[in-house]
Design a protein around this ligand. Structure first.
Ligand code: UDP
Length: 318
């Protein structure tokens, strides 16, 4: 059974490429669109000979049309702090202009629409854990604002197309996610720690390492996306793992999983770095019967081979 044709913007990114795989496995025909600013062809290389898959190089900050589609999955955006701070203006553009263009495609073809938003909408949260009803605590002019405010605007445009044009929309708020295909140089904490541990370099802990994050393994995250994509919920839904770790605990786990003898090196905390982050997933549990299954240690073990291979490939290129 072919459920239809889907377009995935940002299809060559970490989450976008896993989503393409999952949709293909469900029988969809999939068009991935990416401008390769942070996405990578290597993430989709295994789909080269898949007849139901197509990859188009395009910047969706310009209007785009890939022909009739039944579902628009809008995932295009730099997403790691290092990436969106380097590419601040493209991040603002894809969250605003890119979102209009993705919604226009959905409106034109009467397609369903699903957009990736983020726990960054909650900023440095004063409510803990974060429920979808919390409006957030965001610095609108700080270094992270290029991403946080772009995604908050993305949500506003999406709700407006739903309210004014009756587009059948869904919004997922994604919390820290990790797993194979995470870019080794994207500066995220899991990629940095895995890279540093495997190279025997010191693990760089920013601040005192007592800030917290809650890490979701990629297969759990994608399962949540698919369930939400089939639901009729139009308001945002948190999808993330509620098990909360301090960054120091995360560093210790990486050392355990890799068997590395690396030391910890403390470095300054970046400006506006959120002190705590943990999703309240009661809504996803109730609405989607979704529950993450993979704990951090298991997920790190399952990611180990990928990081070893990626680092070996990088070393071979030098
Ligand atoms: N972090 C760290 N060392 C690193 C990279 C990140 O201590 O090498 C910290 C960072 O300051 C933040 C947390 O880890 O408190 C998660 O950072 P990440 O960049 O992965 O994503 P964020 O959750 O901040 O968007």
């Amino acid at each position: 059974m072919n459920p239809g044709r889907a377009v995935v913007t940002g299809g060559a990114g970490f989450l976008g490429s896993h989503l393409c795989d999952a949709l293909l496995a469900e029988g969809w025909s999939v068009v991935a669109v990416d401008n390769f600013l942070t996405g990578r062809r290597a993430n989709l290389a295994h789909l080269r000979h898949e007849s139901r898959f197509e990859l188009i190089e395009k910047d969706i900050c310009e209007p785009f049309d890939v022909g009739r589609v039944d579902y628009v999955f809008h995932f295009a955006s730099p997403a790691s702090p290092v990436d969106y701070m380097v590419h601040g203006i493209p991040t603002l553009k894809v969250g605003s202009l890119g979102t209009f263009h993705a919604l226009e495609v959905a409106q034109k073809y009467g397609a369903k629409y699903f957009v990736s938003s983020t726990s960054e909408c909650y900023g440095d949260p004063l409510e803990h854990p974060q429920k979808e009803t919390y409006w957030g605590h965001v610095n609108p002019i700080g270094p992270r604002s290029v991403y946080d405010e772009a995604k908050r605007f993305t949500e506003a445009v999406t709700m407006a197309y739903h309210r004014y044009h009756k587009v059948d929309t869904r919004i997922v708020r994604i919390f820290n996610t990790y797993g194979p295909r995470l870019q080794v140089n994207d500066g995220r904490v899991v990629s940095n720690f895995m890279k540093q541990a495997l190279r025997g370099e010191p693990l760089t802990v920013y601040g005192d390492g007592r800030q917290t994050r809650s890490f979701c393994y990629v297969s759990d995250e994608i399962d949540g996306f698919l369930r939400l994509s089939r639901s009729d919920e139009h308001l945002p839904v948190n999808i993330g793992n509620p098990n909360e770790f301090t960054i120091l605990e995360c560093a210790q786990l990486v050392l355990k999983v890799t068997g590395s003898k690396s030391q910890i090196r403390y470095e300054p905390l970046p400006q506006d770095d959120p002190k705590q982050r943990r999703p309240d997933i009661a809504k996803a549990r109730q609405l989607l019967q979704w529950e993450p299954k993979i704990d951090l240690e298991t997920g790190l073990r399952q990611s180990l081979d990928y990081f070893k291979r990626a680092l070996a490939e990088e070393a071979a290129m030098k």
